[in-house]
Design a protein around this ligand. Structure first.
Ligand SMILES: N[C@@H](CCC(=O)N[C@@H](CS)C(=O)NCC(=O)O)C(=O)O
Length: 225
């Protein structure tokens, strides 16, 4: 039904999914959530988007599947303009979208790889993450699920490779350094630092009752635009 509630197809332990959860919470949009087992989500994403995307999150909105967190937020902004997420001022808006792109495309992938790498070397902690964030049906089998998760993240993201982790570390620091160095000159923004990153970290919105089952955020931190 075209007027059914929006449905967010997401992964609990995913910063891209968290971004869309925050947007939905900020706008207080009533919606449903579905989180199939990570790794099977790629087939679900392909099915939902008729082959266009293999990643989560995907939001179905007014019967239309929207893949990619940036496109999801743009669609939410259009369909539910209040309260806005984008700055009204065109220059501020351009900077906000650029910053979004920077985190999504430059910093997100190497940091994700590093997180999986660290977890991959710490099976106990990996199992804990599965227990705390995996689909409820899997939690009883968290040991086996963690083993499967380690295998999947090794194959998909090179989580087991120290060389890949080194490349990710170098890429993340190179991109952050470039961003922080060019920020003030190119956009008049403040310099990034641990302090500004922590200050800029968006507060977790108070979730309305229909989102009470939401998972806690996994330590997201922002950087001054
Ligand atoms: N640019 C995409 C990235 C989404 C993404 O990478 N999602 C991960 C989960 S964190 C995924 O589905 N990965 C499957 C894959 O990379 O094949 C977005 O912003 O939504």
């Amino acid at each position: 039904m075209a007027d059914a509630l929006p449905t967010l197809w997401h992964i609990n332990v995913s910063h891209y999914s968290e971004k869309t959860r925050w947007a939905l919470a900020w706008k207080d949009i009533e919606h449903r959530r579905r989180s199939p087992m990570p790794s099977s989500h790629m087939a679900v994403a392909l099915w939902l988007t008729r082959g266009r995307r293999a990643t989560f999150p995907v939001l179905t909105l007014d019967g239309r599947p929207i893949g990619d967190s940036t496109a999801i937020i743009a669609a939410l902004e259009e369909r539910f303009p209040e309260p806005p997420l984008y700055p009204a001022d065109p220059e501020q808006r351009r900077r906000a979208l650029k910053l979004e792109d920077f985190f999504d495309e430059q910093l997100g992938p190497p940091i994700r790889q590093l997180v999986w790498h660290e977890l991959s070397n710490d099976p106990r902690r990996f199992a804990l993450v599965v227990e705390q964030t995996g689909p409820a049906s899997l939690r009883r089998f968290s040991g086996a699920a963690a083993q499967y998760g380690r295998l999947f993240t090794r194959l998909r993201f090179g989580a087991g490779s120290a060389e890949q982790a080194e490349r990710s570390r170098a890429s993340a620091s190179r991109h952050s350094a470039r961003r922080c160095a060019s920020g003030p000159a190119s956009s008049g923004s403040r310099r990034c630092s641990a302090a500004t990153a922590n200050r800029a970290s968006p507060p977790r919105p108070n979730l309305p009752a229909h989102q009470a089952d939401a998972q806690p955020p996994i330590g997201a931190r922002g950087c001054d635009p």
